[in-house]
Design a protein around this ligand. Structure first.
Ligand code: NFS
Ligand code: SF4
Length: 637
């Protein structure tokens, strides 16, 4: 889906790509061109470097070697590579979640300056885990919750993780149990995946794919769900906020500070200190400090603090090309190393913060929970200091921004629906799905990928879904794309939603007191917040008394790039959900693995991957899948 010579459909990005060329800046698209042609073996997943007798590669045309030196076939090599990728994605999310658990522990012990913001969520999480919160102070209760989380992280027995058994749909637990894929302890499972895929281990593609499915569950519960729960307790459960998206949110007369990465532990502090230190910005002639977000850290502070979105993954470099970004602070994941070279061409201070993410050329301000306020102040002051060095001749802020309503946690959705039915808040949604006003729900998630014209797949596919009365919920860089395209506001409902969907969104909007329809795409947060989508699916399944695999619900990562997108997708498939990918992952070198992922898996686990590289076709394919599920439930004749 690359439109000839079009790198992006985002007008701000288009504008800045031109400026990058004028300024002599090399971007991700230029480097992509220099990589052409990309290796065919790698693209098909048939190269192996798991031991140093290799590298080995299989000839996909059947004329050269059909086995690696040790005898591994294409099926084995592809399946092993996939398992490692999914395990790496899960590792990133589990590491993120672990940091959040640690933060909650230290907060509850009073050792760090992070007050527990949401005692209500704490109680809800505790009760989900079977902990009685009666008469307990939040700090004491939080420590009990933390103990369960650490219990999962350090579980040395063969019992299932509590975070899984407490939160998964009941029918799903039975399916996973029968397949033997319920995780015990995330670190152990990830370690086992590395072991299982090293030289001379598992040579059974089916067994390797089941292990991959298990990693999906590690990701979904020990990563996404755990991280979101901890972060909501610490920083609050999102509620609707109104702001704007796209690089036009940067302001010429303000200090512009961008937060980029994934973990809100530091960015929450930065948002707070940017307000407090605003007088210092005024002292250097700026009107204040404007914070804006890139990637999932951006989504986190958007959802809870209403901070505007700057842009998504593929345009991170272009933010600096505006010449108006005084500082960009990064934490973990999806951070292009090129940011350092590009910021050196402008006045931008690039600041790394984490011990496992250092980039030569960037300033490193070490972040530790115990000294979070100090680090945040230092970073805001660096941004203010850089403002004076800004070169007005290099500044160009493209004047594009779209109004957005975000903050749709499950709690917020239930709150809005509760205006229609306070006793059973899910009933209005379920009823409208059952009667067909809402044909189904599709979650669009994941990244941008340089192989696809930026944002085009997200936007074009979602247009088609909305037109066909499918409600869309979004997270990650997909949410950014749809926000920038004007699909997260009430005008978007009038413009894009089919008639019956529009009527439902109008009714909910009126009842919720918005005075306008609910947006047709609900922003549910960052990539770890895919747990919120999981919670919504679980709640709907429980409400209707069916397996999540039976629901008229589908998922899509239209432009996936990261291993995390694969691990999230694997979790969705394990939930029994058909999961579309708009970019082909490196598996086509094995017929058997490809067949299992797209067909065979469905027989055992209920969900499957669906690959389609054309947006309209993908939308129609997902709708067809949803229609089949409706029929099976007896909703459509
Ligand atoms: Ni998700 Fe978020 Fe974006 Fe992809 Fe990267 S930011 S965790 S991985 S690129 S959506
Ligand atoms: Fe080659 Fe086997 Fe070693 Fe892989 S593990 S590099 S296929 S010999």
């Amino acid at each position: 889906v690359t439109m000839l010579n079009v790198r992006s459909i985002d007008p701000a990005a288009q504008d800045l790509i031109k400026k990058a060329h004028k300024d002599g800046i090399e971007t991700v698209w230029d480097r992509y061109d220099k990589q052409q042609p990309q290796c065919g073996f790698g693209s098909l997943g048939v190269c192996c470097r798991h031991c140093i007798q290799g590298p080995c590669r299989i000839d996909p045309f059947g004329q050269g070697p059909d086995k690696g030196i040790c005898g591994a076939t294409a099926d084995v090599i592809v399946a092993r590579n996939l398992l490692r990728q999914v395990a790496a994605g899960a590792a990133a999310h589990v590491d993120h979640a672990y940091d959040a658990v640690e933060a909650l522990e230290l907060a509850a012990q009073g050792k760090i300056d992070y007050p527990i913001a949401d005692a209500g969520k704490l109680k809800a999480v505790a009760s989900g885990l079977g902990i009685d919160s009666e008469g307990k102070e939040p700090d004491a209760l939080a420590l009990e919750v933390v103990r369960v989380a650490y219990g999962d992280m350090g579980n040395h027995h063969n019992r299932p993780m509590k975070w899984v058994s407490a939160h998964a749909p009941k029918q799903r637990l039975e399916v996973w149990e029968s397949l033997g894929i319920i995780p015990r302890n995330p670190d152990r499972e990830i370690r086992e995946a590395m072991h299982q895929t090293t030289m001379g281990m598992d040579a059974d593609p089916v067994n390797l794919l089941l292990a991959t499915a298990k990693q999906g569950l590690v990701d979904g519960y020990a990563g996404l769900k755990l991280a979101t729960d901890m972060q909501d307790i610490l920083f609050g459960t999102p509620a609707p906020v109104v702001t704007e998206a796209n690089l036009g949110v940067l302001k010429e007369d303000y200090v512009n500070l961008i937060v980029h990465g994934h973990v809100p532990l530091l960015s929450e502090k930065i948002v707070q200190w940017a307000k407090t230190l605003s007088p210092e910005a005024e002292a250097v002639g700026a009107k204040g400090v404007q914070v804006a977000g890139i990637c999932c850290t951006g989504n986190e502070v958007l959802m809870r603090q209403g901070v505007p979105l700057a842009t998504n993954y593929l345009a991170q470099e272009l933010a600096i090309v505006t010449g108006a970004v005084d500082a960009m602070v990064v934490d973990v994941q999806c951070i292009m190393p090129s940011l350092s070279q590009i910021s050196s061409c402008y006045h931008t201070e690039l600041i790394t913060t984490m011990p496992i993410v250092k980039i030569p050329g960037a300033t490193h301000v070490p972040f530790a929970l115990e000294k979070a306020d100090e680090a945040a102040q230092e970073i805001v002051r660096k941004a203010i200091g850089a403002y004076a060095r800004r070169d007005p001749n290099k500044v160009h802020i493209p004047d594009y921004r779209a109004k957005i309503i975000a903050g749709f946690s499950v709690e917020a959705i239930a709150g809005a629906l509760g205006k229609l039915d306070p006793v059973q808040p899910l009933k209005p949604l379920a009823d409208n799905i059952v009667n067909g006003n809402i044909v189904g729900v599709v979650a669009t998630v994941g990244c941008n990928n340089v192989k696809v014209t930026q944002d085009i797949f997200h936007v074009e596919m979602v247009k088609e879904l909305l037109k066909n009365n499918v409600l869309v919920v979004a997270t990650g860089c997909s949410a950014h794309a749809l926000a920038k395209a004007g699909m997260m506001n009430s005008e978007g409902t009038e413009r894009y939603a089919g008639n019956t969907l529009k009527a439902v969104l109008r009714a909910i909007g009126e009842a919720a007191g918005l005075g306008a329809p609910l947006p047709p795409v609900l922003h549910m947060g960052s990539c770890v917040d895919n747990s919120r989508i999981g919670d919504l699916v679980t709640a709907l399944a429980n409400y209707l008394g069916v397996d999540s695999a039976a629901l008229p619900v589908a998922a899509s990562a239209p432009e996936p790039q990261h291993e995390k997108a694969l691990s999230i997708g694997t979790w969705a498939v394990a939930m029994g959900i058909t999961t579309h990918l708009g970019v082909i992952p490196p598996v086509l070198g094995s017929k058997q693995v490809t067949e299992l992922l797209t067909v065979g898996l469905a027989e055992v686990i209920g969900g499957k991957f669906y690959v389609e590289t054309e947006p309209q076709k993908a939308a129609l394919g997902l709708i067809e899948d949803i229609r089949k599920k409706r029929q099976a439930l007896g909703l459509d004749q």
